[in-house]
Ligand binder design. Structure first.
Ligand SMILES: Nc1ncnc2c1ncn2[C@@H]1O[C@H](COP(=O)(O)OP(=O)(O)O)[C@@H](O)[C@H]1O
Ligand SMILES: [Mg+2]
Length: 315
């Protein structure tokens, strides 16, 4: 059995405005994984993080973190979590060192300068430790937020849209940091509305849309499915059955009423086999009046999400 570090069960959230931002979310985060929660703006990602971290009250459902209920055993649950919020909020006049040490203190942990030094070094902030935060670049400020989130030695790190508005170079640096954290045993949940980001980083991907988790899958599995396409041929004459010896084998299927042939192929393969299929059909005397191709349904989901995202308001 998988070791589940966060268990979310039957979670719903309706805000005071009457808007339902989460609908019956069930999700298990595995210890040690990088989980990407992918969805367009307004899908409910930040709300879900808020409920897990205890800043948003759920309307129904439960969350346990490391076995601790995040309502009845809030402190123990919260202590396991580091949160890097979506908005850049840091005390501009404090030094990097002071603000990170202060964050640790909030969790009642005893001072540990050696540990703070370690995280500042790992985030390339050590040279800047005495600088005021307002003098730092945007990318460094974001790294200060990560250092703050890690200051109390959490086992779980939430990164809410960590690369929104961060340029490509910094994004790469951020991913190195995240991978190094995972290697050190930290479980990471990141939210994003970039498919590529989820593809690059995640072990597993969950897609959220309109407050519902519509899909959770291993990234490898997802990529495999994303590569599939279907070619549909409308036949001039109905077939009672697929003729023997036709090219395509298991990739080929006939519709129940015999007037459509569907060929499923891998867009990432060197050869799709389409040319051979068409030659084979001609040889067998099967003629068609029309053809169309279609992405697998999963890709439709993604295209739909991206489309929505493009049309949605930027936040
Ligand atoms: N405090 C709130 N009161 C009412 N509606 C809210 C509140 N916070 C968020 N929402 C709404 O809930 C939906 C989900 O928001 P959010 O969780 O921030 O989505 P995401 O992080 O995926 O962009 C949005 O439609 C948003 O407007
Ligand atoms: Mg958000």
């Amino acid at each position: 059995m998988q070791d589940i570090i966060i268990a979310i069960s039957g979670l719903s959230k309706t805000y005071a405005t009457g808007f339902t931002a989460l609908k019956n979310v069930n999700l298990g985060i595995r210890r040690g994984e990088i989980f990407a929660l992918l969805g367009p703006n307004g899908a409910g990602k930040t709300t879900l993080i808020g409920v897990v971290c205890g800043t948003v009250n759920p309307s129904s459902g439960t969350v346990t973190v490391g076995g601790h209920d995040n309502v009845t055993d809030f402190r123990a649950a919260r202590e396991m979590i580091g949160l890097v919020p979506q908005e850049l909020t840091t005390d501009a006049f404090e030094s990097v060192w002071a603000t990170v040490c202060f964050s640790r203190g909030l969790f009642g942990k005893p001072k540990n300068p050696a540990y703070i030094e370690k995280i500042l070094r790992s985030l390339s902030l050590w040279e800047k430790r005495n600088d005021k935060i307002m003098t730092l670049s945007g990318g460094m400020k974001r790294r200060v937020l990560i250092a703050k989130a890690l200051s109390h030695e959490p086992q779980i790190l939430f990164l809410d849209e960590p690369t929104a508005g961060v340029d490509v170079e910094l994004r790469k640096g951020m991913w190195q940091v995240v991978r190094a954290l995972r290697a050190s045993g930290v479980t990471i949940i990141l939210t994003t509305h970039y498919i590529e980001e989820a593809e690059d980083m995640a072990d597993r991907i969950g897609v959220i849309s309109n407050g519902e988790i519509i899909l959770v899958e291993e990234k490898k599995e997802l990529m495999h499915k994303l590569g599939k396409k279907q070619l549909t041929l409308q036949l001039q004459e109905k077939l009672a059955a697929l003729p023997a010896g036709l090219f395509g084998g298991a990739q080929l299927s006939l519709s129940p009423d015999g007037d459509e042939l569907t060929y499923t192929y891998d867009t990432q393969a060197d050869r799709t086999g389409i040319t051979r299929l068409l030659a084979s059909l001609t040889e067998a005397g099967i003629r068609f009046k029309d053809l169309s191709t279609k992405q697998s349904s999963l890709e439709e989901i993604f295209v739909g999400l991206v489309h929505q995202d493009r049309n949605g308001a930027a936040k």
